[in-house]
Design a protein around this ligand. Structure first.
Ligand code: SF4
Length: 234
């Protein structure tokens, strides 16, 4: 693998240098034919850089080129949500491997280091109690939505659990709390946006279920959240 990186870096530098040289020659001798030739080494160098990036930082590259993937999926009329679910599943697997590699083992977090982010649509839409931000304890545990299970998880694992009203609020809470790991519950679209934006901490994504349509009275498979926390928390 080390040899692969070295060869790629060398080839990238070689073609980039070749490109710069042809541009320099064309401007110096006013030979604009050189400029046409320079496009080839520049193109090849970008190719090698992409190859290098895609092997070194697979997830980074995946989310970087995500708009292109989306465009291709639209052109080919592919099932968007299925594609997003595949990417989320792949990202989760990659995050778990990353945590194991960096921290020695997966079960390496204190409860307080993990932030459980939940969408506000998880709350029953007729509920009169405010549970967003750090107001989860306002829940009267009536059982009309998944909040009582979240309250129980919060107590059992000692994680901080926050219900957010959208992506901006989620970003803000991550900035404030500085967790070591995030377990985020949301729909495919919001999870992909979050995964593309949060780059410095591992984010495990859990999909919600939208039995009443989007953004209203959603639910989540509590056993999935618990199984991730069982694997992450010491
Ligand atoms: S369980 Fe809590 S949040 Fe859900 S409807 Fe009842 S009081 Fe509201």
């Amino acid at each position: 693998m080390k040899r692969f990186y070295i060869v790629n870096i060398f080839l990238f530098l070689f073609f980039a240098l070749w490109g710069f040289l042809t541009v320099f020659l064309s401007s110096h001798y006013h030979e604009w034919g050189f400029l046409v030739v320079s496009a080839i080494p520049f193109f090849v160098s970008i190719l090698f850089l992409n190859l290098l990036l895609s092997v070194c930082c697979v997830l980074y590259t995946l989310f970087l080129v995500y708009p292109i993937i989306e465009l291709t999926a639209t052109l080919l009329k592919l099932d968007f949500d299925a594609l997003r679910r595949d990417i989320i599943e792949y990202s989760n697997r990659y995050m778990i491997i990353g945590i194991e590699k960096r921290r020695g083992c997966l079960k390496s977090y204190e409860g307080a280091e993990v932030l459980l982010l939940l969408p506000h649509c998880l709350q029953n839409s007729d509920c009169l109690y405010k549970v967003t931000w750090d107001k989860l304890d306002n829940c009267r545990l009536c059982g009309k939505c998944s909040m009582p299970d979240i309250v129980e998880i919060k107590k059992k694992y000692g994680v901080s659990a926050v219900v957010v009203s959208g992506g901006t609020a989620a970003r803000e809470i991550i900035k404030q709390r500085r967790p070591k790991c995030v377990l985020a519950v949301a729909c495919e679209n919001d999870l992909i946006s979050g995964l593309r934006e949060v780059r410095n901490i591992p984010v495990i994504a859990v999909l919600n279920q939208r039995l009443c349509g989007p953004c209203r009275d959603t639910t989540v498979d509590i056993s999935v959240i618990k199984s991730y926390l069982d694997r992450l928390i010491k």
